[in-house]
Write a protein of this length. Structure first.
Length: 94
């Protein structure tokens, strides 16, 4: 079974500007995780929901919630593209 792709080369670029702060970036990550779940027509064993709940809570010091969200996004992204934090910005890069 091939992986379902939600994010493609058309989506490459900045998705959350770090100058707006960590809360903004976490909010955008939550929206993107929810969008990807809807694109797949399901919440993956509640892990997507759990990540969204974590993103809405008090952030940890280790950025683990953001990494969990980027892992979910990566799983539905065209091969060769990578989700990264660059200088506080959430980027999809080629």
């Amino acid at each position: 079974m091939s992986k379902q792709t939600i994010f493609t080369t058309a989506d490459v670029g900045c998705h959350a500007d770090g100058t707006y702060g960590r809360d903004h970036r976490r909010n955008i990550l939550g929206i993107l995780v929810e969008q990807s779940a809807k694109g797949r027509n399901y919440w993956d064993h509640n892990s997507d929901k759990a990540v969204c709940v974590d993103l809405a809570s008090v952030p940890s010091d280790d950025y683990s919630e953001e990494q969990d969200a980027m892992d979910i996004l990566q799983s539905v992204t065209t091969d060769g593209l990578v989700w990264r934090m660059i200088d506080g910005d959430l980027m999809l890069t080629a």
